[in-house]
Design a protein around this ligand. Structure first.
Ligand code: FMN
Length: 194
């Protein structure tokens, strides 16, 4: 990130949290990518954790240069985490990805698209307790998709229920506000790093 490149477009990394095969994340991520592509102020980077190797036994307490996605996270102005709910929380794959990094999160906003029986609300709310430790802020608006598997057509394509697109736009708008507002803190943080 430079001081200038936040005046216009924002780079948003979307993290696909589920690594299962098969997974509901696929049609939901495809929908998300389609919707975000229609926003003219966003450059989207889809980060699929199923395609990323972050071995837990190589985890470092302050993040690791060995991460294949550290550069992509560092480049992002903000994040959207697409997370299912597993046993009333978020998946281990999401926590591992968070733990693998540190400065990449600092002074950036994080929004959530949750799914599960109750829309992934417990996963989302628990992630809100994690991100401040990384100096990231979570945005109020979120997208919750209860029983999203009921909204797949015969081709397996996700058709959002009423209100989902509006919720996504509200979240992205807030994400942009925070991404721009946090710009001075990010520039100062970068300047102050050894
Ligand atoms: C291990 C496991 C635990 C789950 N626990 C919950 C749960 O506590 N609450 C819930 O609403 N759904 C739960 N589910 C259902 C998932 O939210 C649902 O299957 C979702 O589609 C999984 O996303 P994925 O297919 O992209 O991994 C669980 C699924 C798995 C695999």
């Amino acid at each position: 990130m430079t001081a200038d490149n936040l005046n216009g477009r924002l780079r948003i990394a979307v993290v696909i949290g589920s690594v299962r095969k098969p997974r509901l994340a696929d049609p939901l991520a495809a929908w998300l990518e389609r919707e975000l592509a229609a926003l003219d102020w966003v450059d989207v980077d889809m980060i699929d954790l199923a395609a990323v190797s972050l071995p837990m036994h190589e985890l470092q307490p302050r993040g690791a240069a060995a991460s294949p996605i550290a550069g992509r996270l560092a480049e992002a102005d903000g994040f959207v985490v697409l997370t299912p709910e597993y046993n009333h929380s978020f998946p281990a794959s999401v926590k591992n990805m968070i733990d693998w990094h540190l400065v990449e999160w600092a002074y950036k906003p994080v929004g959530f698209v949750g799914y599960g029986g109750s829309g992934g609300i417990r996963a989302v709310e628990q992630l809100r307790a994690v991100f401040p430790e990384l100096r990231a802020t979570t945005v109020r608006e979120s997208v919750l998709l209860p029983m999203a598997w009921k909204h797949l057509d015969t081709a397996g394509r996700f058709t959002p229920p009423p209100g989902a697109v509006e919720a996504l736009h509200a979240m992205m708008s807030e994400l942009a506000t925070w991404a721009r507002a946090l710009r001075p803190a990010r520039v100062a943080d970068l300047a102050g790093r050894p």
